[in-house]
Design a protein around this ligand. Structure first.
Ligand SMILES: *Cc1c(COP(=O)(O)O)cnc(C)c1O
Ligand SMILES: [Zn+2]
Length: 433
């Protein structure tokens, strides 16, 4: 066997098919641990490049293309996939100039089948559920996890069960989970409490938990990094910048970069920058104190996807930061929404949490941490259509406590040629030439 489950704290090992999310000895988080020495001779840039453009499953998927680095022993027939991944890496020169760096790419994970990067972790998580013979899967969710799990569970013929907060759920996400047929339960508690509930109830009822405490989720999310590096012809950028909520993605990025480097697929390690919302910043606080201690916070932010006060993957995120000489920063809701307006205005678009990548890049340049001549990859985690209320509220300048710096006002006109012509003459005059 090339892979097993391994506790990141005490090193205890478990077989790959153990139904466990944390260590039975010490409570530590588990990794899907691969035998990198055995894999070294089996993977190469050429192997993965040779699979580009194939129409054949599973390698047509932007996750399973890297199967040797994700779940090498798995029988292909067990895979539950929707050809996730294969997302665009957009050069964004205008946004690079605004942020103050020479080169900025945006990796658009909102282009996944259900509109967020969660699909990359869900193809591996639901595949493992199937390999274990599970028929029911569950998650607590700020939204995108539930949308993705609901879709993949339906695809696999399983029951998906979602524990939602009863307020501040982006409408696009709730509607997806309901439409895809999941059993949806609204609970008057925040995300952190719902995650505790889901873990307790799932354990008692034999339901498989697909929150990012599940290490198979993170294995799939590593493919965001694998694919980005492949799109960059395996030339490492200086920085990879991503939002941090439950810290599953940043943890996965750290593991992906570590493994690529260990296997010689990249020559140097990019630095990881994790960006939190000011109102949901427990990692940032711990970072400022040199990780001497960690304290959960009560989370409030317009970026609901990262409204998490007690991130379950905290220890793995700290490890990712150590592996990559990474940094953590925080940005205000104002900065998030203004950055989102600029990304949207390029015709690219994203949901609020994703805009942390751009807002954080600019801030880290201003702070002198990212150098102006750097090459930066910002991860856009979710699709613009996920949270239309936030977008419209911004352009109407109707968001409480915020002032839109880049609004695109909706014009109202009488049905007359004169009235409409006047508007269009005005808008032409306002366009930069
Ligand atoms: C889940 C999610 C995040 C946060 O990712 P973590 O792995 O929880 O840190 C950020 N943005 C979007 C759009 C998400 O769906
Ligand atoms: Zn342990």
């Amino acid at each position: 066997m090339l892979s097993l489950l391994k506790c990141m704290d005490c090193g205890r090992e478990y077989p790959i098919n153990a139904v466990l999310y944390t260590c039975e000895s010490c409570g530590g988080l588990l990794d899907v641990h691969h035998d990198l020495d055995a894999l070294r001779g089996r993977v190469s840039r050429e192997l993965f490049d040779g699979r580009l453009g194939t129409l054949d499953a599973p390698y047509s998927s932007g996750v399973w293309r890297y199967k040797e680095l994700i779940y090498p022993d798995l029988d292909d027939a067990a895979i539950v996939s929707r050809n996730e991944g294969n997302t665009n890496l957009y050069p964004a020169p205008a946004l690079a100039a605004w942020a103050g760096v020479r080169t900025l790419y945006l990796k658009h994970e909102g282009e996944n089948p259900t509109g967020s990067f969660k699909d990359r972790g869900m193809t591996t998580g639901v595949t493992q559920a199937r390999a274990l013979g599970m028929t029911r899967v569950a998650c607590a969710s700020t939204g995108n996890t539930s949308a993705s799990m609901a879709a993949y569970a339906a695809h696999a013929g399983m029951e998906g069960i979602v524990f939602f907060q009863d307020r501040q759920i982006a409408l696009g996400k709730l509607s997806q989970a309901i439409a895809y047929g999941a059993t949806c339960v609204q609970i008057s508690a925040d995300f952190d409490r719902n995650l505790a509930l889901v873990r307790e109830i799932a354990g008692a009822l034999g339901i498989y938990v697909l929150n990012s405490v599940n290490p198979f989720r993170l294995e799939g999310q590593k493919a965001i990094i694998f694919e980005t590096l492949q799109q960059l012809r395996w030339q490492a950028p200086d920085w990879i910048v991503c939002p941090g909520g439950n810290l599953g993605n940043s943890s996965a990025f750290g593991k992906a970069l570590y493994e690529l480097h260990q296997l010689g697929l990249i020559d140097r390690l990019p630095r990881l920058a994790i960006v939190q919302a000011e109102g949901a910043n427990p990692l940032y606080r711990a970072y400022q104190g040199g990780f001497a201690r960690f304290e959960p916070v009560h989370a409030e932010t317009i970026a609901t996807a990262i409204k998490i006060g007690n991130p379950v993957n905290y220890p793995k995120a700290v490890r990712a930061l150590r592996w990559t000489d990474g940094v953590v920063t925080q940005v205000s809701d104002q900065a998030i929404m203004d950055a989102k307006a600029l990304i949207d205005g390029q015709g690219i678009g994203c949901e609020p949490a994703s805009a942390c990548s751009l807002a954080g890049t600019r801030q880290l340049v201003e702070a002198g941490i990212i150098r102006p001549d750097a090459t930066v990859v910002g991860i856009l985690t979710g699709h613009i259509l996920k949270d239309p209320d936030a977008t419209i509220g911004y352009h109407r300048d109707a968001l409480t406590g915020l002032r839109a710096a880049f609004p695109n006002r909706l014009h109202q006109a009488e049905p007359s040629v004169e009235a409409i012509t006047a508007i269009l003459q005005g808008s032409a005059a306002r366009r930069p030439s």
